[in-house]
Design a protein around this ligand. Structure first.
Ligand code: FES
Length: 102
C-alpha cells in the first residue's frame, strides 16, 4: 500500500492508502476537501491542484507540457504545483505529502 498525506486548506492532515489509479481518484474516493476532479482526470479542469512538499518533489517530478499549460491558468501556482490526476499511485510515491491548493 502506498501512503499519501494531504494537508487541506483547513489545515487538516489526512493520510490515505492506495495501490493503483490516480492520486486525484484516491483523494476523491476519500473525500479530501478541495480535490474535486471535475474533468475526471483528463487534465482539463485544474480542480485537482496540489503543491508537492518541496522535499518530495523528486518523487513526483515536474509536470508535463499539457499539465504545465493547465497550471499556468491557475493563480495560485508554485514551483511545486502538480495536477494530481496526472500522478499515478505507485510505491515510488509512498510517504508523499501534498498540500491542497486553494
Ligand atoms: S481532475 Fe481535472 S485536471 Fe486533474
Amino acid at each position: 500500500m502506498t501512503k499519501i498525506t494531504f494537508i487541506t486548506s483547513d489545515n487538516e492532515t489526512i493520510t490515505v492508502e492506495g495501490n493503483s489509479g490516480s492520486v486525484m481518484q484516491l483523494a476523491v474516493d476519500n473525500n479530501i476537501k478541495g480535490i474535486d476532479g471535475d474533468c475526471g482526470g483528463v487534465c482539463s479542469c485544474a480542480t485537482c491542484h496540489v503543491h508537492v512538499h518541496p522535499d518530495h518533489f523528486d518523487k513526483t517530478g515536474a509536470p508535463g507540457e499539457i499539465e504545465q499549460d493547465m497550471l499556468e491558468l491557475d493563480d495560485n501556482v508554485s514551483e511545486y504545483s502538480r495536477l494530481c490526476c496526472q500522478l499515478e499511485v505507485n510505491e515510488a510515491l509512498d510517504g508523499l505529502i501534498l498540500t491542497v491548493a486553494q
